[in-house]
Design a protein. Structure first.
Length: 103
């Protein structure tokens, strides 16, 4: 079953979609004997490639968003603990010393 083919992301497959529609408008018994199999296979391959390309684009977008979010987190940490997180490192060392002294 194919997804809704009117979607914007399948514009690259419009020729294959039209070819399959034309084939389906032919006589029924010819379709039953596999007359449209070539068009259907070509459309399936095109849709698969379109889906893969869409996923690649989406992954790139999500990576950019993730990077921006991590930069915001880093900026917040720097505002809280100082540049290069010096205060945080000092607090961690101090807590480690306290743990060692308790043992």
């Amino acid at each position: 079953m194919h997804p809704q083919l009117e979607a914007k992301r399948f514009n690259s497959c419009i020729d294959f979609i039209q070819a399959l529609d034309q084939c389906h408008q032919r006589e029924y018994y010819k379709r039953m004997f596999g007359l449209c199999d070539i068009e259907k296979e070509a459309l399936s391959k095109c849709l698969h490639e379109a889906r893969k390309n869409g996923e690649k684009e989406q992954i790139g977008i999500m990576r950019e968003k993730r990077k921006a979010l991590e930069n915001k987190w880093k900026k917040m940490d720097e505002e809280e603990y100082g540049e290069d997180l010096v205060l945080k490192k000092l607090l961690e060392r101090h807590s480690d010393k306290l743990k060692d002294s308790k043992q």
